[in-house]
Write a protein that binds this ligand. Structure first.
Ligand SMILES: [Zn+2]
Length: 84
């Protein structure tokens, strides 16, 4: 039985519905930063952020623009909390 050394994770493109595979990025592997992955959909070429979902052996795929928006929101939240 041949086992692949690097595990592949299923990615489902939310833009066109195409399913592709990605390996963990170096940052995800070495530092455990779960949302440190990124890649383009092979079909529609949308650039995505890939967040590791280890339990389900898949990646949560978020278009980069949306991901940046989420980051911004998270930053705002942190800022508000530290104002007290
Ligand atoms: Zn796509």
């Amino acid at each position: 039985m041949v086992e692949e050394k690097r595990e592949r994770y299923t990615c489902l493109c939310p833009v066109c519905g195409y399913e592709f595979y990605a390996c963990k990025s170096i940052a995800q592997e070495a530092f455990g930063i779960e949302d440190a992955g990124h890649g383009s959909c092979p079909k529609c070429k949308t650039f995505h952020n890939l967040q590791l979902d280890e339990a389900n052996k898949k990646m949560i795929v978020t278009p980069w623009d949306e991901y940046l928006k989420k980051l911004e929101e998270r930053k705002q939240g942190v800022k508000n909390e530290s104002n007290t």
